[in-house]
Design a protein around this ligand. Structure first.
Ligand code: SAH
Length: 360
């Protein structure tokens, strides 16, 4: 698939101009110098983009009108347009549908916990990984998101809700390690001390297990958290749920996990969606405990969120508790994820799909 489109090596927006929100501070400084302006202007501009999170050059009051006009000429300021917000009546979860500059639609989720606000963002329009229970992948991938488009999900929600964002999880639609270069640039911008300065420890990337890119990520010397979507305790069952299991065996996946832990020291999380009668038996729990026991890891159980296109049934509360107890007896750290926003198409890609269906 096509990676980031570049022009003079810079990412461009659909209007052909440089996507200024995807530039690092040093790249922006180069551009500003080329425009015959002093370097400190780049820092001011960068701060307007990533700290104050301005949506228009007009907001940048300490930058002269002349320079603002030059910037408008040269750069595209990518901002997402909120097209729908669904608020849960059960908890403080809000689901946002955003329009991208080219009209594609993505979704992001706002969740309020006791420790603060956590955002779940998308990394691609659609997904090509084909996990059977997932709504995001039913029509395949449309395109990768640019770093600016990942960032602006966060900036837009912060602005709309007025809330401070404590944690970000790249667990929305898309496979982040299938959009590797843009993901890394997004991480660099989001955690830059001159920008929003989110702590890397408060950022989690979730992958279905693209083994070579997990190893690459391990070598990047970051301290972000990695979550791995496992969903089965042996290769045969995993292949039924996740096509990626045909490419990489669980043994290879766990090798990459060990490598990640050795390189980063960050505790790993395994996501395990409980599907009634498919992966939730006592034997499944025993097999899972054996796999994960030797790793310093947490297992996150979540009863599968049913989607209308498939007939998967979630494990009930009692079954989930029994599965959890069985793992705990083997001294595994395990949590049952609170199902947030169940009443608002909570699962990956469901809201976007409904929106597309209703508007087609
Ligand atoms: N592609 C990445 C991140 C996006 S999916 C990954 O696979 O990890 C985020 C998580 O939600 C994954 O663990 C995914 O398997 C899970 N998921 C997707 N659809 C789901 C559903 N209907 N019910 C429960 N979990 C689901």
């Amino acid at each position: 698939m096509q990676e980031t489109v570049t022009n003079n090596n810079y990412i461009t927006a659909p209007d052909g101009k440089i996507d200024v929100k995807s530039l690092t501070l040093s790249e922006l400084t180069e551009c500003i110098k080329e425009m015959g302006e002093p370097a400190f202007r780049a820092k001011q501009l960068y701060s307007w983009l990533h700290v104050k999170q301005a949506r228009d050059y007009e907001e940048m009051t300490n930058i002269s009108k002349a320079l603002r006009d030059k910037c408008r000429e040269k750069f595209s300021l990518v901002t997402l347009k909120s097209v729908q917000v669904q608020e849960s009546k059960l908890d403080d979860t809000k689901k946002f549908l955003f329009a991208l500059p080219d009209g594609n639609i993505i979704e992001s989720v706002f969740m309020k916990y006791r420790f603060g606000v956590s955002l779940c963002i998308s990394s691609q329009v659609g997904c090509r990984m084909g996990c059977r229970f997932c709504a995001s992948t039913l029509d395949g991938v449309v395109r990768n998101l640019q770093p600016s488009e990942m960032l602006d999900q966060i900036y837009s929600i912060a602005r709309i809700t007025g809330e401070k964002i404590h944690r970000v999880v790249v667990m929305g639609s898309g496979e982040p390690l299938d959009n590797y270069n843009n993901l890394l640039r997004f991480i660099a911008l989001l955690t830059d001390e001159n920008g929003m300065n989110l702590s890397q420890r408060n950022l989690t990337v979730s992958t279905c297990g693209i083994v070579p890119n997990m190893k690459r990520l391990a070598d990047e010397k970051l301290s972000i958290n990695l979550a791995i979507s496992l969903h089965a305790s042996n290769d045969d069952k995993r292949k039924e749920l996740m096509p990626i299991a045909n490419r990489y065996s669980i043994a290879e996946l766990l090798d990459a996990c060990r490598y990640y832990f050795e390189k980063t020291g960050r505790q790993l999380t395994f996501e395990y969606s409980l599907v009634s009668g498919v992966n939730d038996t006592k034997e499944d729990a025993a097999e899972l405990a054996e796999l994960i026991g030797p790793l310093n890891a947490v297992i996150n159980l979540i009863p599968v969120n049913p989607i209308k296109e498939r007939s998967f049934v979630p494990t009930d509360r009692k079954g989930a508790e029994a599965f959890k107890n069985k793992l705990e007896k083997s001294r595994i750290n395990v949590t049952i994820r609170r199902e947030m926003g169940r009443d608002i198409d909570g699962a990956c890609g469901q809201l976007r799909r409904r929106h597309l269906e209703e508007n087609s």
